[in-house]
Design a protein around this ligand. Sequence first.
Ligand code: FAD
Length: 229
Amino acid sequence: MRPAVCQARSYLVGMEPVSDRIQVKRLPERGNYDRAAINEILDEALVCHVGIVTSDGYPMVIPTIHARQGNTLYIHGSAASRLLRSMRSGDEICVTVTLLDGLVVARSAVHNSMNYRSVVVLGSPRMVDDPDEKLAALEVVTDHVIPGRWAQSREVLEKEVKGTLVVALAIDEASAKVRTGPPVDDEADYSLPIWAGVVPLSMVAGDPIPDARNLEGIEAPVAVAAYER
Ligand SMILES: Cc1cc2nc3c(=O)[nH]c(=O)nc-3n(C[C@H](O)[C@H](O)[C@H](O)COP(=O)(O)OP(=O)(O)OC[C@H]3O[C@@H](n4cnc5c(N)ncnc54)[C@H](O)[C@@H]3O)c2cc1C
């Protein structure tokens, strides 16, 4: 069955949630609806999780790559992908991205937490059938992962484009939630002789490992050799 469509649909512009269902209710002070803040998190994350209700009626959440261009989030995959094919129905989906910034170590186990920046986007996906938009979206997804890689790669073949599905989701109904800072313990626990604090976490790229079949003398391009998140 098709989920209820939000009545308050409008273009996401400011600091207020555009609908009740996108409003952060648990710890609302951590909610953020600012487009720039949402875009920044979407752009930094390499991976999203897409939640769908399958045609058999059960829920499924699948991790995949995404990329943003303007107000549109693109997701791509094999034409054989059930996730991608299921989106042709236009039924609403939920896309989530999470950036993990730290482990919050509290004096009490129940106050342990994590520092994070996350985004939830709700909406009806649109299958990208226009060949020009499809190709442009594939470029955006490729360059989202390694900037400039599209131009450095061999040209994509028509049959490869045909064998790939691309889905677009307007970022109209979205929320960010952000936790920063130290643990928040019960007042009485601050006098306990227990260490508390934050273990920062970040994603770090290692040294590139050349493929064994690279031609002799081929060096890694700067975008790969000096890759950073
Ligand atoms: C790395 C990480 C670890 C977490 N660990 C826990 C945990 O152990 N226990 C726990 O209860 N919660 C945890 N959270 C918070 C969790 O994501 C939910 O925000 C929280 O559980 C409240 O859920 P709810 O359904 O009651 O939210 P509600 O506030 O009722 O959700 C309403 C709307 O707020 C928005 N929203 C809610 N959560 C988020 C979010 N994280 N990011 C963006 N938008 C959001 C959505 O649009 C949602 O539709 C964690 C979050 C992250 C990112």
